[in-house]
Design a protein around this ligand. Structure first.
Ligand code: ATP
Length: 234
């Protein structure tokens, strides 16, 4: 049984339909990447899974339980946390206070604690009393990831965590992924950078115009396959 599934998932913004029957499955211990051009529907998929946008209950399951009709507040304690696009830290709160906000909705004791987050991202221990505004973009992204991990999620959704960051910083952030997997979490990573997605993911889904156009292991695609799935031309 997959840990998380979407089946025939649709999503609308008013009259505008953004997703058309999206099927994805995340297995226990896996990292999957969702790639696709601007406007393909990646963020809408993340918002649907996390309960920010609500869908028919039958469309999404977590550990076999339908979660599609639930709100984000109801889904978080079931073990699904999101690192939103744009980080969304509380700027006047310190690093540590921002991390502690992540314990809201935490139901079970698990691997993650402040110490474990500081072990994952040592720079945050040095900056623990600094306000969110005093951090670099990469450090803010680390706090956003740490805050989501503090809920001890089974599934961590990461929406464009490398956006706007320098390559060396992106490397530091992605170096955390195996450690997060080792803690028992499975990951869905939305990534515009195809090379990065191929490096980190066990399987990749490509989306275009609200549909999945390609799915498989990174080594199963040619450049042409990806080009066609990404842009609709080969
Ligand atoms: P990006 O990489 O730019 O974030 P994306 O693949 O995440 O792109 P979405 O943000 O999910 O794509 O957008 C999918 C479609 O839904 C786009 O056509 C977008 O214009 C539309 N859309 C997104 N958010 C809204 C909204 N709040 N209201 C109306 N339409 C929206």
């Amino acid at each position: 049984m997959s840990l998380l599934t979407t089946t025939g998932l649709t999503a609308h913004y008013g009259d505008f339909q953004a997703l058309f029957g999206v099927d994805i499955a995340l297995n226990e211990g896996e990292t999957i990447a969702i790639i696709g051009a601007n406007g393909a529907g990646k963020t809408t998929l993340m918002r649907s899974i996390s309960g920010v946008l609500q869908n028919g209950p039958e469309m999404i399951t977590l550990s076999g339980q339908p979660i599609g009709g639930l709100s984000a507040d109801q889904i978080l304690p079931l073990g699904l946390a999101m690192v939103p696009e744009g980080r969304r830290l509380f700027p006047s709160l310190s690093v540590e206070e921002n991390l502690l906000i992540g314990t809201y909705g935490r139901k079970v004791d698990g691997y993650w604690s402040l110490e474990a987050i500081y072990d994952l991202f040592p720079i945050l221990a040095e900056r623990r009393n600094n306000p969110g505004t005093a951090l670099s973009g990469g450090q803010q992204q680390m706090v956003a990831i740490g805050r989501a991990l503090m809920s001890n999620p089974k599934v961590l959704l990461c929406d464009e965590i490398s956006l706007g960051l320098a390559p060396v910083v992106i490397k530091d952030i992605y170096a955390a992924v195996p450690k997060i997997q080792a803690s028992g979490a499975s990951l869905i990573v939305v990534e515009q950078d195809i090379g990065q997605a191929m490096k980190v993911a066990d399987r990749v889904y490509c989306m275009m115009e609200g549909r999945v156009t390609l799915e498989g292991t990174p080594d199963s695609f040619s450049r042409n396959d990806i080009h066609a799935a990404y842009f609709g031309v080969s």
